[in-house]
Design a protein around this ligand. Structure first.
Ligand code: PLP
Length: 375
């Protein structure tokens, strides 16, 4: 008999893939702006590293990924003993929940809406979920979050910049919340998911990880999936207290990060030129898309990430219809029903060509609709 909580589980809803849409609509050229992937593709240094290490695919990777941990630690100026590495940061989220909160007596606190892996993995592991609504404008109500915390709280998850809104709270506010959490629930850890922090214009000022006073209860999640362009290889990492990292490495399956992903991660950290080009492409593309969407009458939320949250103009078609109409044009963006945000859409920042094609298609779809309503 499966566990009832597993039988009633709603699975993670990923962005549609290019293959799915190609087959369904019989299209040749498809633009995917649904999963916040890198607009420049994979770095040439990464592709070389994968080719060079392909002959070693028959070997097991080295346990504990020590070379990659050292390179990541150097990038952040922390001890290698505080680094955890996983098969995507998704795996790290799951392991943290399993380390700290395996029973129904413990609760996990997060915002609603939030990145759905937190509630899904919490539910799989049998934990009670407590969720504080985001403010109307998608900013964080930290006091509502703190109100949900008690002696049974083990983990609190926040995302900054946030997905799907792009909102980035001031790091002073996060530091204050971490301090309040430490007073109210000294047993709990604050997991700060910074998957998109690289794209924030002023990372040094916005990330607590870059500050001199890292709170003792903070765990920072980062990923190679977005700014480093390795989403398909599955590689994420975290900076955490050494005592927690020690537990992490005992729980993680010994070889969950494969040999090519590890080499790709090392090469990606070396490729400063690619990283710089990515950040510039995203910064310019984000401005271009934000003003283009606003020009079409859409409401666009300010974003520090590589995507934009938007709403169609009042009286225009429904978000779901617009998503379908774009699919027929070969453009995949992200509907947000799985976040409980039926009226909203999220578009990843693509390269200049993709951004232009997307805006033109959207203008056509919105325009056709307003002609129809005049008839
Ligand atoms: C994309 C994303 C991640 C990264 O997940 P990986 O498993 O590392 O690919 C983590 N958190 C959030 C909020 C994300 O949007």
């Amino acid at each position: 008999m499966p566990l009832p909580r597993i039988e009633s589980l709603k699975p993670y809803v990923p962005g549609l893939t290019i293959d799915e849409i190609r087959d369904k609509y019989n299209l040749r050229n498809i633009i995917k702006l649904a999963s916040n992937e890198n607009p420049l593709g994979a770095s040439p240094l990464v592709q070389d590293a994968i080719a060079r290490y392909a002959p070693f695919s028959f070997r097991y990777p080295q346990g504990g990924n020590p070379r990659l941990a050292a390179a990541i630690a150097a990038r952040h100026g922390v001890s290698p003993r505080s680094i955890a590495i996983g098969n995507g940061s998704d795996e790290i989220i799951d392991i943290l929940i399993r380390i700290f909160a395996q029973s129904e007596r413990h609760n996990i606190v997060c915002f609603d809406p939030c990145f759905s892996i937190y509630p899904i993995q919490a539910t799989i592991n049998g934990n009670m979920l407590r969720r504080a609504p985001l403010a109307e404008d998608f900013t964080f109500d930290f006091s509502a979050l703190l109100n949900l915390v008690d002696a049974a709280t083990r983990l609190v998850f926040i995302t900054t910049p946030d997905n799907p809104s792009g909102f980035c709270p001031a790091r002073e506010n996060i530091a204050e919340f971490a301090a309040s959490l430490a007073r109210q629930a000294p047993q709990a850890y604050l997991v700060i998911d910074e998957a998109y922090m690289d794209f924030a214009e002023d990372e040094k000022r916005l990330s607590l990880l870059a500050s001199h006073n890292i709170p003792a209860n903070a765990i920072f999640l980062r990923t190679f999936s977005k700014s480093y362009g390795l989403a398909g290889l599955r590689l994420g990492y975290a900076v955490m207290p050494e005592s927690v990292a020690d537990l992490f490495w005992r729980v993680r399956l010994p070889f969950s990060v494969n040999i090519l992903a590890e080499e790709a991660g090392l090469a990606a950290l070396e490729d400063e030129a690619f990283r710089k080009a990515t950040l510039e492409t995203v910064s310019q593309g984000r401005n271009f898309l934000a003003s283009g969407l606003a020009g079409l009458g859409c409401t666009v939320w300010p974003s520090a990430a590589n995507f934009l949250l938007f709403k169609l103009p009042p009286g225009s078609l429904a978000a779901g219809q617009c998503h379908e109409a774009l699919l027929k044009e070969g453009i995949i963006i992200r509907p947000l029903g799985s976040y409980g945000m039926d009226d909203y859409l999220r578009v990843s920042v693509g390269n200049p060509r993709e951004n232009g094609i997307f805006l033109n298609a959207l203008a056509k779809i919105i325009g056709e609709r307003s002609c129809q309503s005049l008839q």
